[in-house]
Design a protein around this ligand. Structure first.
Ligand SMILES: Nc1ncnc2c1ncn2[C@@H]1O[C@H](COP(=O)(O)OP(=O)(O)OP(=O)(O)O)[C@@H](O)[C@H]1O
Ligand SMILES: [Mg+2]
Length: 583
């Protein structure tokens, strides 16, 4: 439990003052709780009974009238309650808000970390599961912070305080009163581990539910088109049922806890009443002290119960913390080799030197011994069968993945030595399947360069032939798109992607099927725009169509991860054996 706090200490340190304040306030509130039964004891013994007040009390009180003493003790009761209330409020408030701020900080940190992790990591994870880690798991860690502060600290202090006071007042009676507590601790101990395991399983199942939901909703069109709703219902049901089962198991264990604790507590009370009543009859104990003991004994079992509940919160939080740490520890971020190259000016020559690459978790290489040179301003086209490795080649340039062997260089510097943002800022990208965000057309284009002026964005839009359809959208450039741009046609989405890349005006341009989904006329329009764009840039162009490829300085035919054929400008690609690469 403290290990967990220690592991998350960097999120707690900023709030140490607040935490210290919470601790002090909670200690005071425990003191107020402990003081609570004493005025009553004094009333019973020194007003109703005939035990005089101890000498430590001021004379006016000892010799005062019964009324004066009753009034004083009642006032004391009120004062204790008021002070106790105030410090409890402050302690709870400070502890809770610290927890909430910490949630915010952890979320922010994990979110930022997730965005630094490489694509290899993200392709191995389910987004729904990651989402649940950032939401419910973070909450559970927060629960621990609050539970530890509020419940653990107050419970332990209360227990110790009660024990100390009882022992000082009457140690024999205390030992009798506590006869039941070992049994209680055994029960707590036995259940802790089982609850921990079952709650971990529950969290895991919840993650699967979120992931299943995310996947079926993400592909809702495919689901509906193939009328696989029943299958998806069944799949979701299975995951949800798994979660239900796990949660029931965890709940049963947790629910058994309280009755056992309550029963043992009743046993303790019975012992105190039995032994205490006899002692009072014999005159060995004052009635007031019996009342104090009774209230302490019942107060004693409450913190124990709190602690036993704490076991559940902590084990649940520990499981959640492990899931969060798994993400934070994931070190799939791309290593940058110093010195991190960060040039003021990028010329844009791209070179592949004997590059081989195997996707993580695959055994068969996707690329083998690829050599490629694109000088500044040149257009190198990659053509070839589907699955040949064209997109894979393109993805190595912005370091979506790192080569397995060989090297990719930009301006003769290994991309692994580049400052990563500098590298990616030098590259404009039109991916094969464009991702549009659920915002306006304008924002989607401006995503390529957030500091671009309105003129620049609209210029890029005109160049990419976006304005032709944007004008017909209900609110022009301010039209909100559906998720993933689902309210546009494929060709329209592609043109927005081209505009986005154009706006970036980076020295290197990667176009993966930029004219897919366009009709011949729009293709021409986009190609004109692209030609203008490609004029001053190094372009890696992937296309199945002839038209774009015609603009290329060199055409490489990719086949099964190798460069099967190279043809320079205007030569016939298929009938140029002389140009065949030595592969
Ligand atoms: N993220 C990935 N993880 C594992 N393997 C992958 C991944 N992406 C692609 N592959 C594999 O690498 C090979 C090359 O894929 P790539 O996407 O580069 O082909 P492509 O030439 O772009 O095809 P297309 O013309 O269909 O876009 C394929 O066999 C594919 O299955
Ligand atoms: Mg591809």
């Amino acid at each position: 439990m403290f290990a967990l706090l220690l592991r998350f200490r960097r999120f707690l340190i900023p709030y140490r003052l607040r935490l210290a304040g919470a601790l002090v306030a909670l200690v005071l509130s425990v003191a107020a709780d402990l003081a609570q039964p004493w005025p009553l004891k004094l009333v019973i013994d020194s007003v109703l009974g005939n035990h005089p007040l101890p000498a430590s009390f001021p004379g006016w009180l000892r010799e005062g009238s019964a009324d004066a003493r009753i009034a004083s003790f009642c006032l004391a009761l009120l004062a204790i309650a008021a002070l106790g209330g105030l410090v409890t409020y402050l302690g709870t408030y400070w502890a809770q808000t610290t927890g909430q701020r910490m949630v915010f900080d952890i979320r922010e940190a994990v979110h930022a970390h997730l965005h630094r992790l490489s694509l290899a990591y993200h392709h191995s994870q389910r987004p729904g599961d990651l989402a649940s880690r950032l939401t419910s798991d973070v909450d559970r860690v927060q629960d621990v912070v609050i539970a530890v502060l509020v419940n653990f600290v107050t419970s332990v202090l209360t227990l110790l305080g009660i024990l100390a006071i009882m022992l000082v007042v009457n140690w024999q009676f205390t030992l009798v009163a506590l006869a039941f507590s070992p049994a209680l601790f055994v029960a707590v101990y036995r259940y802790t581990n089982r609850i921990k395991l079952s709650s971990r399983e529950w969290r895991r199942q919840e993650g699967r539910v979120a992931a299943a939901l995310q996947e079926s909703l993400g592909g809702i069109q495919v689901v509906q088109a193939y009328t696989r709703e029943d299958y998806e219902f069944e799949r979701f049901r299975r995951e949800a049922a798994g979660s239900l089962e796990a949660s029931i198991r965890a709940t049963i264990l947790q629910a058994r806890f309280s009755p056992i604790v309550d029963f043992l507590a009743a046993g303790g009370t019975v012992v105190v009443v039995w032994v205490g009543a006899h002692e009072v009859l014999r005159g060995d104990l004052t009635l007031g002290l019996l009342i104090v003991f009774l209230s302490y004994v019942s107060a004693l079992y409450r913190p124990m119960k709190q602690l036993s509940k704490l076991a559940y919160v902590v084990s649940r939080g520990t499981a959640a913390a492990e899931r969060l740490e798994e993400v934070m520890r994931a070190d799939a971020a791309l290593p940058e080799r110093p010195p991190r190259h960060r040039p003021r000016h990028v010329t844009g020559s791209v070179r592949f030197e004997d590059v081989s690459f195997t996707y993580p978790a695959r055994s068969r290489p996707a690329l083998r011994n690829v050599d490629l040179v694109a000088e500044p301003g040149q257009v190198v086209a990659l053509v070839g069968r589907t699955g040949a490795g064209k997109s894979t080649i393109a993805s190595l340039i912005p370091r979506f993945y790192d080569v397995s062997a060989g090297a990719v260089t930009i301006d003769d510097i290994d991309v692994r030595q580049w400052h990563l943002p500098a590298l990616r800022n030098a590259i404009g990208l039109v991916l094969q399947d464009t991702w549009l965000f659920q915002t306006t057309v304008y924002e989607n284009i401006a995503y390529g360069r957030p500091d671009a002026s309105r003129e620049e964005v609209e210029h890029a839009a005109r160049e990419a032939n976006v304005d032709e359809f944007a004008a017909r959208l209900p609110e022009g450039y301010e039209t909100l798109l559906g998720p993933r741009g689902a309210t546009l046609s494929g060709g329209q989405r592609q043109r927005i992607a081209v505009a986005r890349a154009m706006l970036r005006s980076a020295p290197i341009l990667i176009l993966d099927e930029p004219t897919t989904g366009l009709d011949r006329d729009s293709e021409q329009l986009v190609l004109d725009a692209l030609r203008r764009l490609m004029a001053e840039r190094t372009t890696i162009l992937i296309s199945h169509h002839d038209a774009p490829v015609l603009a290329a300085d060199e055409v490489l035919v990719v086949d099964d991860g190798r460069i099967a054929q190279r043809t320079t400008r205007h030569a016939d690609i298929t009938a140029a054996p002389a140009a065949r690469a030595a592969s």
